[in-house]
Design a protein around this ligand. Structure first.
Ligand code: SF4
Length: 679
């Protein structure tokens, strides 16, 4: 096989890759950036560059397994279908749930959503993208009427000011960061970082705003109030394109929580640079007020007319390679399909298109609620695909207890022994990166092909295929008769006609008749074009909404006086089931560190390099102490990656609570009450 153009397995930048398999059956592969891909123009970060070190077969799940016994596919699929059928018969469709992943390809996601919402008849399908960008989705829906990212990467090339909110871009979206740095060198673009921590990105910024945890709404409200005071609100744009909530302007003035001089510096910079992009990520989204934060940022852009045109706009950047694809097909429990909601007409449209025997009639349970329902026995059949909730969800001790109580846990995985797979009754071997074939959507709405490099190892199958084969055994073969990923994509593209007919901007109908050859050769393309909202907003009035948002108040806890933040490391991905396979990547940060301000460490009798236990009411985890002047006093930071299947402890998600944003359901990982003690 010659060079194959595909996409990276990791973050939402969605870099194009040229991969060349060396042959000889050792799965050796050389990896280079794809110069022709608009997302990265040939650049890659360390994770993408070292993908070749993670494709070996050691530790792979290669055969179906039931209760620890290797079985054939027929037995495994029959068993999944029989258990699902029996659970539905005894406890109803809402006793079944799918917990899926931004690692799935769009075709896999589409099949899973169709199975649950059209055939099982329950909305109980949610995705680990709930932990990543659900707040941005909710903010988009509230402001724009649809989950639409109004910017494109090319805006970063010519912006005068880029404000990074809750984003350690240099580590978490490194190729976007390289693009920002190039703009800075080429044209003097200014960079502001709004983040409680002085991260590696903040170190390099022109201005770092060390906002308090969950202080973003207050900051952006105050910023907008100041822009109004300086007469920088775009009254013409507002009159033509925006509706403000009652009392919107009255609610704006806020205590910023930062020194006046620093705030004045920020305001001067913003006032002088209309070409402003605000790029926000998990630091904003993973919050009990994450949706309000997204709307506070969007409000600023709407009110100043800095949106829907080159070099200006609010830009949510996603964590996962296909969080966006999942959002598009309906992988979130509160969306039906293709950006459609649960209105009567929308339900009828979708039921008709799918010829669905059991269309669900209401939203399902979001991730944290879903695992509560598993814990208390309302959900009795759980199918987890391509994700590791026993590590990644908050209060992960509770999640493990839930998994241990669930009568049926099915896991579709590439790795045989993950923390979650240990609870599985049935394990189904899925294709991994390099074997998968389908499409993904990146943070700027660009759909790209992910292509197979290797023959599928062992008995692994594509996720969409596994789902279809279970559906066939449930007696629903007519709706799941696809022969290829291209078949699934064509059906999905045709279905977007339902959305387009309702004025939604997600419209892939031009791809509905794509041939297999055209699908195979598909070049990256952006749905909605560069500025999809420029022609108007997909709301009933055609206007955007400025949502009145007010700062969250977080009560101090005298027993757990620290505020705990969780973060990503540059060279690791999620729960390290893949990046942990690379020796090179593991050298960057070989163990999980607790970052704490030196004075807090002194008061808590902690020493640099010693061990400390971080505790909350939910659980605790042990870390090596790293003193950091970049931490604010009273705040802690630990990485999210480490698991119990690795030596050394540091499973941070034992500690955060199940508190979620009331609108988006996204957990507040960035601001949990905790205390710290020496070990
Ligand atoms: Fe992969 Fe993201 Fe790195 Fe690009 S920036 S190579 S998509 S991890």
């Amino acid at each position: 096989m010659g060079a194959v153009r595909t996409t990276c397995a990791y973050c939402g930048v969605g870099c194009g890759i040229v991969a060349e398999v060396s042959g000889g059956g050792d799965r050796g592969v050389s990896i280079a950036g794809d110069r022709s891909h608009p997302a990265n123009a040939g650049k890659l970060c360390s994770k993408g560059t070292h993908l070749g070190e993670t494709v070996g077969l050691e530790g792979r799940l290669l055969h179906p397994v039931i209760d620890g016994r290797q079985v054939g596919w027929d037995e495994a699929l029959d068993s999944v279908a029989a258990r699902m059928r029996q659970t539905i018969a005894e406890h109803g469709p809402d006793s079944v749930a799918l917990y899926v992943s931004g690692q799935l390809l769009t075709e896999d996601y589409y099949a899973a959503n169709k199975l649950m919402k059209g055939y099982v008849g329950s909305g109980n399908i949610d995705t680990n993208s709930r932990l990543c960008m659900a707040s941005a989705v909710a903010a988009h829906n509230r402001a724009f009427g649809e989950d639409v990212v109004p910017c494109s990467y090319e805006d970063l090339d010519e912006a005068d000011l880029i404000v990074l909110v809750g984003s350690n871009t240099a580590w978490c979206h490194p190729v976007v960061w390289q693009r920002i740095e190039e703009s800075r060198q080429r044209r003097g673009t200014k960079i502001v970082v709004v983040d409680p921590r002085r991260t590696e990105t903040a170190e390099q910024a022109d201005l770092h705003i060390p906002v308090a945890p969950d202080g973003d709404v207050a900051l952006f409200n105050a910023l907008l109030a100041e822009m109004r005071r300086r007469d920088l609100v775009d009254e013409e744009y507002l009159a033509a394109h925006v509706e403000a909530d009652a009392g919107f302007w009255d609610a704006l003035p806020c205590e910023t929580g930062i020194p006046d001089a620093l705030f004045a510096q920020l305001c001067d910079l913003v006032a002088a640079t209309p070409r402003t992009i605000t790029l926000f990520s998990q630091g904003a989204n993973q919050s009990v007020s994450g949706t309000d934060k997204g709307n506070a940022i969007i409000n600023f852009h709407l009110a100043t007319g800095r949106i829907n045109r080159a070099r200006a706009g609010p830009f949510s950047i996603t964590g996962q390679p296909n969080a966006m694809g999942g959002r598009e097909v309906g992988g979130l429990a509160n969306m039906l399909a293709c950006h459609l909601g649960f209105g009567e007409d929308e339900l009828a449209d979708v039921a008709g298109f799918w010829n669905a025997p059991n269309i669900c009639t209401r939203p399902g349970l979001k991730a944290v609620e879903m695992f509560r329902a598993v814990h208390d026995g309302r959900i009795r059949f759980l199918w987890v695909m391509a994700t590791n909730p026993a590590v990644s969800l908050p209060d992960s001790g509770f999640v493990r207890e839930a998994l241990s109580r669930c009568p049926t846990v099915v896991v579709s995985e590439i790795i045989a022994d993950t923390d979650t797979a240990r609870f599985a009754h049935i394990k189904l071997p899925a294709h991994g990166w390099g074997e998968k074939d389908g499409t993904v959507t990146n943070s700027e709405r660009r759909i790209s092909r992910q292509r197979a490099l290797f023959a599928a190892p062992g008995e692994t199958r594509a996720d969409w295929q596994i789902i279809a084969q279970v559906a066939q055994r449930m007696g629903w073969g007519d709706g799941f008769g696809w022969a290829s990923a291209a078949d699934v994509f064509r059906e999905y593209a045709q279905m977007t006609a339902l959305a387009a007919a309702r004025g939604k901007l997600l419209d892939l109908t031009a791809w509905g008749a794509v041939t297999d050859a055209e699908y195979a050769a598909m070049e990256p393309f952006q749905w909605g074009g560069t500025y999809p909202l420029a022609a108007g907003y997909p709301t009933a009035s055609g206007k955007a909404r400025m949502v009145r948002v007010e700062p969250a108040t977080i009560a101090a806890d005298p027993v757990y006086p620290f505020r705990l933040n969780t973060a990503r490391y540059r060279d690791q991905w999620h729960t390290m089931t893949r990046t942990g396979l690379s020796r090179t990547l593991s050298q960057h940060r070989p163990e999980p560190l607790l970052e704490i301000h030196p004075q807090d460490a002194l008061a808590a009798a902690l020493t640099d390099g010693g061990l400390a236990r971080v505790e909350s009411t939910h659980g605790s985890a042990v870390f090596r102490v790293s003193l950091s002047e970049g931490q604010r006093r009273g705040e802690l930071c630990v990485p999210m990656h480490w698991t119990d299947t690795m030596a050394g402890g540091g499973r941070s998600n034992r500690v955060p609570s199940q508190a979620v944003d009331p609108v988006s359901g996204q957990p507040g990982f960035k601001n949990s009450a905790a205390r710290v003690v020496p070990v």
